[in-house]
Design a protein around this ligand. Structure first.
Ligand SMILES: *Cc1c(COP(=O)(O)O)cnc(C)c1O
Length: 397
């Protein structure tokens, strides 16, 4: 065990289940340990480093901005923040942008905006939220309260009241609970931490329909699915439905802390001066990098490549499953956000990937998630599938 791991084990909070691995350098799809060992990264730091590690174009933007201005607070305007807001509006359904630093903060902002909008337009009794079972929206109290996985609540209750959970894709259950008291419904178009479960188009259409009927807002949590991950800049584009509010974070600044809550102007107008704030939110360094991220990923030919690579990777895994059936139960996902569900526990498979120096994530005991940097090449996809094949054949079943 290296010195970094040892020091971390002594001094860091024990809230993460970490590998005994410390990285000192990244380059593209690769991460390097202190001993110079090389890992192929199929996690992108949980769908964050979509343009890979230490991306040279982003590095240049960061260096330039670092020489100019780091922070002013939101008492003033800065060029990177204003430009990034303009770019996000141009590229999405939204008309206004609020910046924060993490996913959970973007979710908090969305929930607060929805309540405030309902309060101003329909009165204080319209304050309930609908959320989905098996969802994940973050760890702060508000975000945790709309997270539909009781294991994350244990020991932290009481949570924020007024939240109703519905099983994903259950149209009947959704119709049953929707009423005038609902101010918003929050959904992930593809449940990420829940194990890569895309929602049905008809279910999403119904959320929109019911929101319109009951004057509620539709919140899309695209913290994991946004910024090109699914082959569209935002996953809502796959469903031909526009939300009222959207949360972005993870890949927005490719690893610098930045999140955004986007909305139509008439909705965002409820955030009047003093209603909500963040000291660091939209800091110039992160915003400058994010602007470049959107310039690169927002290019239609880049997004087309993501779709194609995702399709090839998924097809190769499905082919492998035909060759050696019984171990893989299902392959799900869109673009380069792929979940592989196994008929067995995925622990052994996860560990074998790690032994073979490929990093993947395991959102559920029997599910492996693949979220490689979007810049991954076909050679690396082939290498991954070859390795996966060796692993599948080595499993005794
Ligand atoms: C990661 C994630 C969050 C939480 O983001 P943090 O930056 O960890 O607070 C919220 N929603 C979804 C869908 C996520 O994937």
């Amino acid at each position: 065990m290296g010195y970094i791991v040892e020091m971390g084990e002594i001094f860091l909070a024990g809230n993460y289940k970490r590998e005994k691995l410390a990285f000192v350098k990244g380059a593209g799809t690769r991460l390097f340990t202190e001993d110079g060992e090389e890992y192929l990264d199929f996690t992108s730091g949980i769908a964050v480093c979509n343009l890979g590690h230490a991306n040279s174009e982003l590095k240049e933007v960061l260096e330039t901005q670092a020489k100019l201005l780091w922070h002013t607070s939101n008492l003033y305007y800065t060029a990177p923040q204003a430009k990034l807001a303009k770019k996000l509006v141009e590229l999405s359904f939204a008309e206004k942008v609020f910046f924060a630093n993490s996913g959970a903060e973007a979710v908090e902002a969305a929930l607060k905006l929805a309540r405030r909008f309902a309060y101003e337009n329909f009165g204080k009794d319209k304050n309930c939220f609908i959320a989905l079972e098996n969802s994940f929206h973050g760890r702060t109290f508000g975000a945790l309260s709309v997270t539909g996985q009781p294991k994350y609540w244990e020991g932290f209750e009481p949570l924020v009241p007024g939240i109703i959970f519905v099983p994903p894709n259950d149209k009947k259950a959704l119709k049953k609970v929707f009423n005038e008291k609902v101010c918003a419904i929050i959904i992930e178009p593809i449940q990420g931490e829940g194990g890569i479960y895309p929602l049905d188009k008809e279910f999403i259409e119904l959320t929109k329909e019911l929101c319109e009927k009951f004057n509620a807002l539709l919140i899309f949590d695209e913290i994991q699915t946004g910024i090109g991950r699914t082959g569209k800049l935002f996953a809502y584009e796959h469903f031909e439905i526009e939300p009222d509010i959207m949360c972005l974070a993870k890949a927005l600044a490719n690893g610098l802390p930045l999140s955004a809550m986007l909305a139509k102007e008439k909705v965002m107008n409820s955030l009047k001066p003093g209603t909500h704030a963040s000291t660091f939110g939209g800091n110039p360094l992160a915003c400058a990098v994010a602007l470049k991220v959107l310039e690169i990923i927002g290019n239609p030919s880049f997004l087309k490549e993501v779709s194609l690579k995702g399709k090839v990777l998924k097809e190769k895994i499905e082919k492998l499953n035909k060759e050696k059936p019984g171990i893989i139960k299902e392959v799900r996902g869109i673009g380069l956000l792929i979940g592989i569900e196994f008929n067995i526990s995925a622990n052994e498979i996860y560990n074998k990937f790690l032994e073979k120096k490929i990093l993947v994530t395991q959102p559920k005991p029997n599910i492996i998630r693949l979220s490689p940097p979007l810049i991954i090449n076909y050679r690396e996809i082939d290498f991954f599938v070859e390795t996966f094949k060796e692993i599948i054949y080595s499993i005794k079943s």
